[in-house]
Design a protein around this ligand. Structure first.
Ligand code: SF4
Length: 381
């Protein structure tokens, strides 16, 4: 907190109110996985309560024209990331040592960090956009057309556990002719503020479901919100695509835990896949230095800037570094995953249909144009 009040946290709730009040605009919202695990804390629920159903009802009451789930886009991200992992692994096994490791790229704070601090390693991150940006691209380029809405008349709002997502939404490469794929990104705390201003109390609401088709997700999509979740989700899909076998036990316990930096080996057919996971930028820097120097040989890496991953994100209700809170939020996501009927991204029927009807297959030319991005070296900080 700035002692003289010269700096304050960006508050974009007014942009949401203005968009919802504009009769010429269709306004839809996507909600990231970690939000449902923490929003209840702002309304007096015990830490570790899943308020997904009440949150969806609340968003519908606010007046959004569609209430969708970033988890759906997380499943889409896995389709692209797991394909890229498989393709780069094949090159690596054919002798191209530089094809791996692959690094997950859904954390914008981490992406900015690597652009500034490791500009010579920008071929390491996956080129797949983050779930927030994949959702925006699909909503503006595919969903809007199907609904007969002009791109300019659609406002995409995202509710994120994150403050860096505001910056990500504003990156130039995520817009078309000056019109961004995601127009407004607000944090979990900002959503709580909006609901309170509208006199909506989560505790008084019935549960409801996200709208289809951009709201149906698998267990793999929801674990994106905790450390180790993105790489676990990618491994579930990559395992089946690489081995051609059905993965019976999808819980990769070796990839779970709370150590700031951990390395695990996962057996994928005959291959021992070495996976590194770091959360917190200090741990991430150490891990990447080891990879760069050759001290650590890895095939895949997940890095999240916040401790615990997005459940501990900077836009969540304050946890003041209390890791017990982060663990309870993590359990919420793990329980949702456990209770999902479908727990592998590539089995999500709505993901299958978007490829059949629009994108052909993962990493196709169309998928590349819509769902992938580039990174840019920036001055060292
Ligand atoms: Fe945002 Fe933190 Fe999640 Fe990165 S880890 S996407 S900075 S909330």
């Amino acid at each position: 907190v700035c002692p003289v009040g010269a700096l304050s946290e960006a508050d974009h709730t007014w942009k949401v109110v203005r968009a919802l009040a504009n009769p010429k605009k269709k306004v839809i919202v996507q909600v990231a996985p970690a939000v449902r695990a923490a929003l209840g804390e702002e309304f007096g629920y015990p830490v570790g309560t899943n308020v997904e159903g009440e949150m969806v009802t609340a968003l519908k009451k606010l007046g959004f024209d569609g209430v969708f789930d970033t988890n759906w886009a997380a499943d889409l991200t896995i389709m692209e990331e797991a394909s890229e992992l498989k393709a780069r692994l094949e090159k690596y096994l054919a002798g191209d040592e530089k094809a791996l490791p692959i690094l997950t790229s859904c954390c914008p704070a981490w992406v900015k960090f690597i652009e500034h601090n490791f500009p010579d390693m920008l071929d390491v991150p996956s080129t797949a956009k983050s779930p927030q940006q994949m959702f925006g691209a699909v909503a503006k380029n595919i969903w809007a057309k199907e609904e007969g809405i002009n791109r300019e008349d659609l406002v995409v709002v995202s509710v994120m556990p994150c403050l860096a997502k505001k910056y990500e939404a504003g990156r130039e490469e995520f817009s078309k002719d000056g019109n961004p794929d995601v127009d407004i990104s607000i944090s979990t705390r900002e959503l709580a503020k909006l609901l309170k201003q509208a006199n909506i109390d989560l505790k008084k609401l019935e549960k409801s479901k996200f709208d289809a088709p951009l709201g149906d997700y698998t267990g793999a999509g929801v674990i994106f919100g905790r450390t180790g979740g993105v790489i676990e989700a990618a491994t579930r899909t990559a395992y089946e695509w690489i081995t051609g076998e059905t993965l019976e036990n999808v819980n990769f316990e070796v990839l779970r835990g709370y150590e700031g930096c951990r390395v695990a080996t996962v057996k994928v057919g005959d291959l021992d896949l070495r996976i590194g996971i770091a959360h917190g930028l200090g741990e991430a820097r150490k891990l990447l230095e080891k990879v760069k120097s050759g001290e650590e040989k890895l095939h895949a890496i997940e890095i999240m800037a916040c401790k615990g991953g997005c459940v501990g994100g900077g836009g969540q209700p304050y946890h003041n570094g209390n890791f017990e809170i982060i663990k309870k939020r993590t359990e919420v996501l793990n329980n949702i995953d456990e209770n999902c009927e479908i727990r592998k991204s590539h089995e999500n029927p709505y993901i299958k249909s978007i490829y059949e009807n629009h994108l052909e297959k993962p990493m196709s030319h169309k998928a590349h144009e819509m769902l992938h991005t580039k990174y840019f070296p920036k001055h060292k900080i």
